[in-house]
Design a protein around this ligand. Structure first.
Ligand code: NAD
Length: 355
């Protein structure tokens, strides 16, 4: 088992990574939880696959409450959170109990948000089941729900007591969500891990990737740990994790979060900004081609879906209201070479050069 310890200002916790760890949660929880009641929050897809196994296991030691929300981003809403508060309250869950988030990034963000706010905060642990959640969203304590004016606009920094990652559960992901998560993996390779980029280049099929998945997830976790420890509250170094996200978020928003997944938009964002920064002489020549090749290999989009004036203006408007756009200044994350990223501060009015 790989154990990654995250050391933060007010708390430390471990991320446990092992194939088959899902079957050992009941044995491991006593390290972080001494209460008697557990509420498992999951979604309608993951519940079909893993809920009864986990629930039966935990029921040997604890009183278990199951809460299942519909799968999909639509569940990351205050109304769904309110419904969960009522269910927790009806089950008399208190601050000495525990929430277990079993699912992808949607469940992790929603259950984490509920944990941060129910009774002013109750402990929770993450069992991420999508690749995106295993390498990214379950680590670092960002929890949130969406509101009509934007994604993740209501939330908190609230760290889990532990994260348990079982790469075996990735076998049941659809191809689309498997490759979606690989976009974030490619992001880590581009910003800080050239060796990971080389590993990824050698792999093609999903079976080949899955045979190396523990090593791949571990490398991503170490990079995420690096940035989260440097900048827990996302005011500086953690920005590097936004490579590809400025344009990616704008594309996601343009299509109302329906046509493309988060990872697909990040892939387009990485490819586009790197092509533009190479044209501006900020990125070494040939780097955007290398990135494009890998995105093609991983079945990810590598250019913007449209190029018309109306589309580009919409992207620029979306970037202008992005929460990372502070005082009309934007910190763009660019790469000089694969594995070598840097921040490039621009006036928001110059963003058109990168779109
Ligand atoms: P998701 O949670 O919707 O999961 C994707 C799909 O895969 C869903 O249909 C889900 O039911 C299904 N699924 C999950 N695990 C499965 C498994 N093992 N087998 C079969 N199906 C499974 O989406 P996601 O891509 O995991 O996460 C996206 C969310 O994460 C977004 O809301 C985004 O804002 C958030 N996010 C948060 C952070 C953070 O730091 N908190 C970082 C990145 C993304």
């Amino acid at each position: 088992m790989q154990v990654i310890d995250l050391k933060l200002t007010h708390t430390n916790y471990n991320i446990y990574l092992q194939q088959g760890i899902l079957g050992k949660i009941a044995d491991m929880l006593p390290d972080v939880f001494s209460g008697s009641k557990i509420a498992i929050i999951t979604d309608s897809n993951v519940s079909e696959l893993y809920l009864s196994e986990l629930s039966c296991q935990l029921a040997q030691k604890y009183l278990v409450v199951e809460i299942v929300v519909p799968a999909g981003e639509e569940s990351k809403r205050l109304e769904v959170a309110a419904d969960i508060y009522n269910k927790l309250s009806a089950a008399r869950i208190s601050r000495s109990d525990l929430i277990v988030a079993l699912g992808g990034g949607v469940v992790g963000d929603l259950a984490g948000f509920v944990a941060a706010t129910y009774m002013r905060g109750i402990p929770f642990v993450q069992i991420p089941t999508s690749l995106l959640a295993q390498v990214d969203s379950s680590i670092g304590g960002k929890v949130a729900v969406d509101i009509p004016s934007g994604k993740n606009l209501v939330g908190a920094f609230y760290q889990p007591k532990a994260v348990y990652i079982d790469p075996n559960v990735l076998n049941t992901l659809t191809d689309r969500f498997y490759y979606d998560g690989l976009a974030e993996v490619i992001k880590y390779a581009c910003i800080k891990d050239a060796a990971l980029f080389e590993i990824l280049k050698q792999l093609g099929s999903r079976e080949q990737i899955q045979s190396q998945i523990q090593e791949i997830v571990l490398r991503c976790l170490n990079t995420k740990k690096h940035y989260v420890q440097l900048d827990e509250f996302d005011t500086g170094e953690r920005m590097f994790l936004n490579y590809g996200h400025t344009i990616g978020h704008a594309v996601e928003k343009y299509f109302d979060f329906t046509s493309y997944t988060h990872g697909e938009c990040v892939a387009m964002g990485m490819a586009h900004i790197t092509k533009q920064s190479e044209a501006l002489g900020l990125t070494d020549s040939g780097v955007s081609q290398k990135l494009q090749q890998l995105l093609i290999q991983y079945r990810l989009p590598y250019h913007l879906p449209e190029s018309g004036e109306e589309f580009i203006s919409a992207l620029l408007r979306a970037v202008a209201v992005d929460k990372k756009n502070l005082n009309k200044k934007l910190n763009l994350v660019l790469i000089k070479d694969i594995g070598e990223s840097f921040l490039h501060r621009i006036d928001s009015s110059d963003m058109h050069k990168f779109i």
